[in-house]
Design a protein around this ligand. Structure first.
Ligand SMILES: [Zn+2]
Length: 433
């Protein structure tokens, strides 16, 4: 059935634009956009009374598997550096993930994401003791919520070659099976070059070339990754990735905190995307990402924090403002907007617009500005006024996912209670009890 959204403020961040108009939705997309559209017979009409309608946000890098880590007991001894954070926290957590924990992690993360107005998640998954079929569990949970996803498994050599092969196969299977799916696509996942031997990087690059789907990998999050390439492989980190075909269109190069201008230029030339995760960089105290050298292909992720892109944008803005070489005011909103360009590359259709034919992935915001709001000052309102608690309704592919701040067709309270039970068991396994 058609849906007519009356009296909207159709808003896009980049280029900043606001227009009073009505939007007609059918068959998963916007089929008409104009002022004073007349309702058709049998058409449902919702009067939005001047609420903002924006394209759904894309979180360009996250780890749904960490959703049940909130409030978990700390490690016996405090990590002293980034590698110890991985060893004592995240590799303990991912090693304890079983079928139930993977499913509830994904469900919790997806539910929170859509309530924040994020309609597409690009996920980077690890569960070394449950590899095969893990991406299907995540897909199933995200499908129940109704969102879109680009998924992969973090291939690594840290568990030996047999487990590495399971990771490679899981990526390949998921990419093949979802090559024409409207809601899901796959990419080739890799943890980071410092946990991957040459033969593994070669496999990853070959799979990405074979399926034209890019590699999703952490790069230079901490200086230890850069030093590892130099000491262990006698090679510049970016040259090592380039040599094995990791740098290519659709590849997601995550973090890049410790990359030089020259290295970032090499990545930009390849057509790959840089993904900036400001909250995570701050939390791990790994340094300031050199955004001034990032190219056109740069997007925003949350790296395991809840996929609240309003919040990530604010952190990104403030993090940048206090850096030695701050970039312009519009750069962080541009990076947020680029997530939709990135998703468009994978799905082969244009996200991030509110035009006739655009996918009806929409966020409807109850924002009542206390000062004049125009396209010229929209980004100021976005960074300093709007937040995710103002998200009232969310649609994906024309379906109502969140309405009046509640998930449609899902008992959120009951699911969260089940997730908390799964989290308790997960934490016990992590600590060997
Ligand atoms: Zn990450």
């Amino acid at each position: 059935m058609n849906l007519l959204l009356k009296n909207t403020l159709a808003t896009t961040l980049i280029p900043p634009a606001i227009e009073e108009c009505d939007l007609r939705i059918d068959d998963g997309k916007i089929i008409d956009r104009a002022r004073h559209l007349r309702p058709k017979r049998d058409e449902e009409v919702v009067d939005l009374q001047g609420r903002i309608v924006m394209p759904g946000f894309v979180c360009s890098h996250t780890h749904l598997y960490s959703a049940l880590s909130r409030g978990m007991p700390p490690p016996k001894s405090a990590p002293r550096n980034f590698v110890e954070i991985l060893q004592k926290v995240w590799w303990k957590l991912d090693g304890a993930l079983d079928e139930e924990a993977i499913y509830y992690s994904a469900l919790v993360g997806a539910i929170e994401a859509v309530k924040f107005g994020t309609t597409t998640l690009i996920d980077h998954h690890a569960s070394p003791n449950f590899v095969t079929g893990s991406l299907d569990l995540i897909k199933h949970a995200m499908s129940q919520v109704g969102m879109r996803g680009i998924l992969c498994y973090e291939t690594t050599d840290r568990g030996g070659k047999l487990r590495r092969d399971l990771g490679l196969k899981e990526n390949e299977r998921f990419v093949m099976e979802n090559a024409s799916n409207a809601h899901f696509r796959g990419t080739i996942g890799a943890h980071a070059q410092f946990t991957l031997d040459d033969d593994s990087l070669l496999w990853l690059g070959e799979l990405a070339a074979m399926y034209d789907c890019g590699v999703h990998i952490h790069v230079a999050e901490d200086e230890a990754d850069v030093v590892n390439a130099q000491k262990k492989h006698k090679q510049d980190i970016v040259e090592r990735l380039e040599k094995f075909g990791i740098l290519r269109k659709k590849s997601l190069i995550v973090h890049g905190v410790h990359l030089s201008k020259k290295q970032l230029a090499t990545i930009a030339r390849s057509g790959a995307w840089m993904i900036h995760n400001p909250r995570s960089n701050m939390n791990n105290a790994v340094g300031h990402a050199p955004l001034q050298w990032y190219g056109e292909h740069a997007a925003l992720g949350t790296d395991g924090f809840p996929a609240d892109m309003f919040e990530e944008s604010k952190f990104g803005y403030f993090r940048n403002a206090e850096s030695e070489s701050p970039v312009g005011f519009s750069r962080i909103p541009e990076m947020l907007n680029n997530g939709q360009r990135l998703a468009s590359e994978f799905f082969g259709r244009t996200f991030g617009m509110l035009q006739k034919g655009s996918p009806a992935d929409l966020v409807i915001l109850g924002y009542y500005p206390p000062t004049p709001l125009t396209s010229r000052n929209l980004l100021g309102h976005f960074l300093f006024g709007m937040n995710s608690s103002m998200v009232e309704h969310v649609m994906v592919n024309g379906n109502r996912i969140v309405w009046d701040k509640h998930l449609v067709g899902i008992d959120e309270h009951e699911l969260m209670q089940k997730a908390a039970c799964a989290a308790k068991k997960l934490w016990s396994r992590m600590h060997g009890r």
